[in-house]
Design a protein around this ligand. Structure first.
Ligand code: ZN
Length: 377
């Protein structure tokens, strides 16, 4: 959930003035949003709708729709209201049955911000999460998500533009052209539009919670909800034992196009419990894995590479600590997982973004291993 701004700014710097002028802002038409959704049919009434980051902005998002004998269950409600409305419109094209249950996998805003659209469209809907997830959400006013926007990129974008205007140069020393300035201003404008949407979004909390595990039945379908650590604490994984389908939320994520190593890390300290969760997924009998971002996986290859990557980083961090290293820079310098990273498809994507993911994992493993978060620089 972290890297969207860098990608956006990079694109705009290479866009043309015409492209920028033609791109009015974030998409607001439900019909055009529907056309942007990518649908994958998993069979037996199970569909994945993938909203690209060009539409859902903060990240690409996955929403799973399960049509049962009498009703519909949806897993995760996307980021933007227009995206949630587009998925709801697609559901109505598939079936006249009502959505009675919505699962929120975890508190990150790209998984539950569409709750209000579902509550409006399906009065009485049951919205389910873990108890801890609901507690996290209850403390998150819109100001929290606005602050995330500034912290994860908007402040940097605004300062970058102000500096460039003041000096006439971009951060790399090259001159500030009209095109570069238009691109930067457009990027900030999109971010501000998203901030306005966050502020206007009435957040609807889950109205049913569970602790460790809960099983729902609808007609013949058994749907197991399980509490995992993923990129957020107390995340919900949905498992359909009859269909051998697991929906992971952000316990497992791939790049938006499915190519390359994991695109982001955790903001919590629990890397080893995340690794436990990945291993628990590996132990399950599945024919399809739906990650929190990216296409459906039909084998465990990506999952197992991710386990290998996290495990190697963890082992190398602990070895560095055991040798007496205490500073982040020293521990990080002793971690090398390039060979594992190269085994992911799309090895040309092993770049500074991947190194940032490793940086974060190293810091989190240091924190959980040393039971503290200070003095890591
Ligand atoms: Zn997440």
């Amino acid at each position: 959930m972290r890297k969207r701004f860098a990608a956006l700014l990079g694109f705009l710097l290479f866009a043309s003035l015409d492209t920028i002028a033609a791109s009015a802002g974030l998409e607001t038409s439900v019909e055009r949003a529907q056309a942007m959704l990518i649908r994958e049919d998993l069979g037996e009434g199970i569909y994945l709708f993938r909203a690209p980051s060009d539409l859902d902005y903060w990240t690409a998002t996955n929403s799973v729709v399960i049509i049962n004998d009498d009703d519909v269950l949806v897993f995760d409600s996307c980021t933007r209201a227009v995206t949630a409305r587009a998925v709801i419109a697609e559901i109505r094209k598939l079936t006249a049955k009502p959505v009675r249950t919505l699962i929120n996998s975890h508190w990150h805003q790209d998984h539950w911000s569409g709750n209000s659209e579902y509550a409006k469209a399906f009065p009485g809907i049951r919205i389910v999460s873990t108890a801890q997830t609901r507690d996290f959400m209850a403390h998150m006013r819109p100001e929290f998500f606005v602050q995330e926007m500034y912290d994860f990129g908007l402040t940097r974008m605004e300062e970058g533009l102000a500096n460039a205007i003041a000096t006439g140069n971009l951060a790399d020393g090259s001159p500030l052209t009209a095109l570069a300035r238009a691109g930067m201003e457009h990027g900030i404008s999109l971010a501000k539009q998203f901030v306005a949407e966050i502020e206007a979004n009435p957040r609807v909390l889950p109205n049913m919670v569970f602790q460790d595990e809960s099983t729902l039945w609808s007609g013949r379908r058994e749907m197991r909800l399980m509490n995992f650590t993923g990129d957020a604490t107390a995340s919900t994984v949905l498992y359909l034992p009859g269909e051998k389908v697991v929906v992971t939320g952000d316990v497992l994520v791939s790049p938006e196009d499915g190519s390359g190593p994991p695109p982001w890390s955790t903001n919590s300290h629990s890397v080893s419990s995340w690794l436990d969760g990945l291993r628990r997924l590996d132990s399950m009998d599945v024919r399809a894995i739906v990650p929190g971002q990216g296409p459906v996986m039909h084998d465990k290859a990506y999952l197992r590479r991710t386990i290998e990557l996290f495990d190697a980083i963890r082992r190398q961090v602990l070895a560095a600590l055991d040798r007496g290293h205490v500073k982040f820079a020293d521990v990080r310098a002793s971690v090398n997982v390039d060979d594992i990273a190269q085994t992911f498809a799309g090895k040309d994507k092993i770049d500074k973004d991947f190194n940032l993911v490793v940086d974060l994992l190293v810091k989190r493993i240091m924190q959980e291993s040393l039971d503290q978060s200070a003095s890591l620089e």
